[in-house]
Design a protein around this ligand. Structure first.
Ligand SMILES: C[S@@+](CC[C@H](N)C(=O)[O-])C[C@H]1O[C@@H](n2cnc3c(N)ncnc32)[C@H](O)[C@@H]1O
Length: 198
């Protein structure tokens, strides 16, 4: 990313209100957290229950310090080095926004493969439009009254919405069960279906 894109992204983030997210709960059981580097939010929330994977070792180095007891793994989520049916649940905390559509689709298919029967996939992410060129969101994430993370996630803009992600989930074998839509971000809780819709 060049300097001018970075400056536009920062401007984009700073001109919108900071979003407050309370991680009240995360899925039960052993969780695969896809794109879990950066701040390692889900790893910080779930500790030993979480296997965060990220394709960049540098992102893991940054996050590992904050959640030493999670099972960190460097891997591309389009080709997970995991057995079928090995996780109770999966999460994507503002990582889908970093993936073009074709990558997202492959990641959902791989996630479906490694989840156990009826496993849940929770996705926190944003609505954005490609024509805006850059997109950034400024977050304050709270787990409880003591632990608070402030961060900015920014990307080259893509066409993405809760509706487009729900469509893709349906095509890759998930049924969206709960969609919580806020002005600047959303949370989708989807469940693995045994039969993929045609
Ligand atoms: C900014 S982070 C998202 C926030 C992060 N979940 C947190 O807790 O701070 C997005 C991450 O997704 C990762 N990522 C993007 N595409 C990926 C892929 N195909 N496989 C694994 N990780 C990927 C990026 O390397 C990046 O670290």
């Amino acid at each position: 990313m060049n300097l001018s894109t970075t400056i536009r992204m920062l401007f984009n983030a700073l001109t919108k209100p900071e979003q407050h997210i309370l991680i009240g709960d995360i899925p039960a059981g052993h969780i695969l957290d896809i794109g879990g580097g950066g701040e390692g939010v889900i790893a910080q929330a779930g500790g030993t229950r979480v296997t965060p994977i990220d394709k960049f070792m540098s992102e893991i180095h940054e996050a590992r310090e904050k959640a030493m007891n999670a099972h960190w793994m460097t891997a591309d989520a389009t080709q997970l080095p995991c057995k079928n049916d090995s996780f109770d649940a999966a999460t994507m905390f503002f990582s889908a926004m970093y993936m073009p559509s074709d990558v997202k689709e492959k990641v959902f298919k791989e996630t479906h493969r490694v989840l156990k029967t009826s496993g849940e996939l929770w996705i926190w992410d944003v609505n954005m439009r490609q024509e805006r060129q850059v997109f950034a969101i400024r977050l304050q994430v709270k787990f409880n009254d003591t632990l608070k993370i402030k961060t900015i996630y920014g990307v080259k803009a893509k066409d993405q919405s809760a509706a487009s992600i729900c469509d893709m989930l349906l095509q890759t074998g998930f049924e969206p069960k709960v969609v919580t839509q806020n002005k600047h971000w959303f949370l989708i809780k989807a469940q693995k279906q045994e039969h993929i819709a045609q």
